[in-house]
Design a protein around this ligand. Structure first.
Ligand code: ADP
Ligand code: MG
Length: 626
């Protein structure tokens, strides 16, 4: 007898199932895709125990007739394609005719369905439906049953006959997370379809039919993600690009909110991810990822979706074309949103500061900023310590000695002149950036005005310095901890029980920041070490710790990356030179010398712009020279 033999069909199905069905979320994906293909306007997903016990999907789509139902569980049985040519012009989510057969081979599956009446004939009365069961190797008979128009497919005891796979299932919470992520990927490109998700009978997600993608994003992820998104400037070409992207200032700590869709299907593609990164290059810190919801359409014939069993990867006929079109769309969107915020003189009186296209900060964030600013102002008012110095690295050239009009560094009691002009010694500094030169000046002790190639820039000294420090901190943290300074006399800090708990829970983060706190009697801790960065700035340890605790309490449920970013922003804000502080010529130069490296991400960590630009063209227009 030969060694080679044909595998029995049920084993073939099980093997196929191994490719497509990895976890409950895979079942949700297949069933919801079928419901979308059936033209459903409403899809309800119910899972039990994270889907490990059961998954059921109900839709109000076209339903199945008795004869079709009999074939639904048969392998390679589909209503979606008939001939090979169809493979090259697939418009439906499914086409392989494998999902239901695969699912049934590793679970107890049940379909109840009732065909929707033809248009105009009204709704078929319930009881006109049929049901069928299948499990492992057996497929049951079609039987009549009562059922509303549409289809419910329920799947129980996932992997009951493949214990090895069952073991790979994670805790219910983890599986539920995968289910809701899967549902988000299906719901985003179909805002007109209503979705619900329930877990153990409790509502988890409720997405009413929405009139726009933006609305769907807001319903799914909340205003924190949806507010301020920029609509992609679409291009009319062989590749249609639509969607929404976050402004650079709103870039996030993780790439969790980056979604790509091709012809209505969620896909993962390295090329597309690369185009996105490229579009933001220089605009965001490379460690941060802006939210992006990108919907591409290419003619079905120009893409092969039959590369991967779950169709999550595709093959473009002309990948470079898609890449180029996407990059061009994203760039023009970001350019239009104009991140270097040219000053519009027409509206100069109302707002010369914020770019009109940057999203307004959320009220909560604004409140928080205001209170931090207030705390700082109060602190400096009451503080008798000398004003903090800038702490810029000294520029590599002799210090300026001829700046007679400059108020003494840090001398806040002196009434500074409205315009201070540094000495002429800047003039010929080969290392100085384009912005540095004779005309560089500090205005109102808050802004620095400098010429640039095609006009002039106005720099917010606090915002720019803050950005520099933030970048420095990030860089330093990537290689280790921040330096801490031991306090000669540990400083007591009164804390509530909840705050003490926060200090214990975030001990590791605090250590990373160079902070050390020890228990010290009831309701009190002792600050023993404090970031060196702040120690030199006259920032009081207790004051800072109190604010840090507020931040931790506020953010304790956000991911640790985000939390770290928030805390670094806070550190940078505190350590940076303030508006109202007169700067010496040397300090201004030091700030400008490092501007180039920071300026690319032309927003301070809080998302405010650091630099505004006024072009010569704009000036000429305003002076009616043209
Ligand atoms: P595919 O989706 O690739 O065709 P499936 O195994 O997922 O393969 O489904 C087999 C067939 O069962 C589909 O082609 C479709 O005709 C029918 N079907 C499955 N689910 C539904 C549904 N929710 N509503 C109507 N028909 C369905
Ligand atoms: Mg399918």
């Amino acid at each position: 007898m030969g060694l080679i033999h044909k595998l029995p069909l049920h084993l073939v199905n099980k093997i196929a199932a191994g490719e497509v069905i990895e976890r409950p979320a895979s079942i949700v994906k297949e069933l919801v895709e079928n419901a979308l293909d059936a033209g459903a306007a409403r899809i309800d997903v119910a899972v039990e125990d994270g889907g490990r016990k059961g998954v059921a999907v109900t839709d109000n789509g076209c339903g199945m007739a008795e004869a079709d139902l009999a074939l639904a569980f048969a392998p390679h049985a589909t209503s979606k394609i008939t001939a090979e040519d169809d493979l090259y012009s697939i418009e439906t989510m499914g086409f392989r005719g494998e999902a239901l057969a695969s699912i049934a081979s590793i679970s107890h599956a049940h379909i109840r369905t009732c065909p929707r009446a033809a248009e105009g004939e009204g709704v078929v009365a319930s009881s006109g439906g049929f049901e069928i069961e299948a499990s492992g190797e057996t497929v049951g008979q079609v039987r009549p049953c009562a059922c509303a128009p549409g289809t419910t497919i329920s799947v129980r005891d996932l992997f009951f006959n493949t214990p090895a796979r069952r073991k790979f299932l994670k805790a219910a919470g983890t599986e539920l997370g995968h289910v809701s992520e899967t549902l988000a990927r299906l719901a985003l490109p179909h805002p007109q379809v209503a979705f619900t998700l329930t877990h153990n009978g409790r509502g988890v997600l409720n997405l009413p039919a929405a009139s726009s993608t933006l609305q769907r994003i807001a319903d799914l992820f909340g205003p924190d993600v949806s507010e301020g998104l920029l609509a992609i400037a679409g291009r009319n070409g062989p590749v249609s690009v639509a969607g929404l992207i976050a402004p650079p200032s709103a870039a996030r700590a993780t790439a969790k909110w980056q979604y790509f869709f091709l012809n209505g299907r969620y896909i993962r593609d390295r090329l597309l991810g690369h185009a996105l990164r490229e579009a933001y290059r220089g605009l965001v810190d490379p460690n941060r990822s802006p939210a992006a919801f990108i919907f591409l359409k290419v003619p079905a014939a120009d893409v092969d979706v039959n590369v991967h069993p779950t169709k999550i990867e595709v093959r473009f006929r002309d990948g470079q074309l898609v890449y180029g079109e996407l990059l061009a769309s994203l760039r023009s969107t970001l350019n239009r949103a104009n991140l270097s915020a040219p000053v519009s003189l027409d509206s100069a009186s109302q707002s010369a500061v914020a770019s009109p296209d940057l999203p307004p900060p959320s009220p909560a964030a604004e409140d928080r900023r205001a209170s931090i600013r207030q705390a700082l102002a109060d602190f400096f008012k009451s503080s008798s310590s000398p004003q903090p110095h800038l702490g810029f690295p000294a520029p590599q050239r002799p210090p300026v000695t001829t700046a007679p009009q400059m108020p003494h560094q840090g001398d806040m009691s002196a009434q500074p002149p409205a315009v201070s002009r540094p000495g002429p010694s800047h003039l010929a500094d080969p290392a100085a950036p384009a912005g540095s030169g004779a005309a560089t000046m500090q205005v109102h002790n808050a802004y620095i005005v400098a010429p640039c190639e095609d006009g002039l820039v106005i720099i917010d000294q606090h915002a720019l310095h803050e950005r520099m420090i933030y970048n420095d901190l990030r860089r330093r943290l990537s290689t280790g901890k921040l330096a801490g300074q031991r306090l000669l006399i540990p400083q007591p800090l009164g804390v509530t029980a909840a705050q003490a708990d926060l200090l214990a829970r975030f001990a590791e983060l605090l250590a990373t920041l160079g902070i050390e706190v020890a228990a010290f009697g009831p309701g009190t801790v002792a600050i023993q070490q404090f970031p060196s960065l702040l120690a030199g700035r006259g920032v009081a340890a207790a004051e800072f710790m109190r604010e840090l605790l507020d931040k931790l309490a506020e953010d304790e449920n956000t991911d640790s990356e985000r939390l770290l970013a928030d805390v670094l922003e806070m550190l940078a804000c505190k350590a940076a030179v303030k508006a109202g502080q007169a700067l010496t010529a040397v300090e201004i130069d030091a700030l400008l010398a490092r501007r180039e490296e920071c300026e690319k991400g032309s927003a301070c960590p809080h998302g405010r712009p650091t630099t505004l630009k006024l072009t010569l063209r704009e000036l000429e227009k305003q002076f009616k020279r043209t």
